[in-house]
Design a binder for this molecule. Structure first.
Ligand code: SF4
Length: 202
């Protein structure tokens, strides 16, 4: 598989915020979001078997597959998730939601965090009805981020327990975080911080 990096860290955002995990960051993305803070170029090439060997020794038994956009390597991704599931690991995935994950694979995932980008072809109705899917919306000014009034309308149709609002920004002070906090409070949904950004960790 084409990867950016494999590393152990603590999840800084979304429903698993604060939890330690092995991160498998796959390279490449089908979107080009202005200001994307992820280096999308591959620097590693590891087989599914090599990744499973790496994950098997993990003490905390949790793996977060992220990117880039992991579903661009769907065939091998399905094999990887199948193997992690057989090892008994808790599997999380982060995706922009533009590609469907087959049901058999999705059922093996503990938590899928789908972050629909404004103007993209994310299939929101497909994801919104899955009980292991959380939806994370980024509030901000760039074109691909959501506006306050758009989220107010959109979220009225969704299960609020599985909706998260997070601020755009990769600067340490996260000066826009208060807007995301206030909107989450007003709409009765979850607020996500970006702890790794605040603490200058990855
Ligand atoms: S979908 Fe995510 S990884 Fe892809 S360009 Fe946008 S912010 Fe970057």
């Amino acid at each position: 598989m084409r990867l950016i990096e494999v590393f152990r860290s603590i999840q800084g955002e979304g429903p698993a915020m604060g939890r330690p995990a092995l991160f498998i960051r796959l390279s490449g993305c089908n979107l080009r979001c202005e200001g994307c803070d992820t280096d999308l170029k591959p620097s590693l090439d590891l087989s599914v078997r090599e990744l499973l060997e790496r994950a098997e020794g993990e003490e905390r038994r949790r793996v977060i597959i992220t990117g880039g956009e992991p579903t661009l390597q769907m065939d091998e991704l399905g094999d990887l998730i199948g193997g992690l599931h057989r090892l008994g690991l808790e599997i999380h995935i982060e995706s922009n939601g533009t590609n469907i994950i087959p049901q058999e694979t999705l059922e093996r995932i503990h938590c899928a965090v789908i972050s629909p980008k404004r103007g993209s072809n994310c299939n929101l109705p497909f994801w919104a009805c899955k009980s292991n899917v959380h939806l994370k919306f980024v509030l901000g000014k760039p074109d691909w981020c959501w506006r306050d009034e758009e989220l107010t309308e959109l979220i009225s149709t969704l299960d609020r327990e599985r909706v998260w609002i997070m601020a755009y920004g990769a600067e340490q002070g996260m000066k826009n975080a208060i807007d995301a906090w206030n909107l989450a409070l007003r709409l009765g949904v979850n607020y996500s911080d970006r702890l790794h950004i605040r603490l200058r960790q990855r």
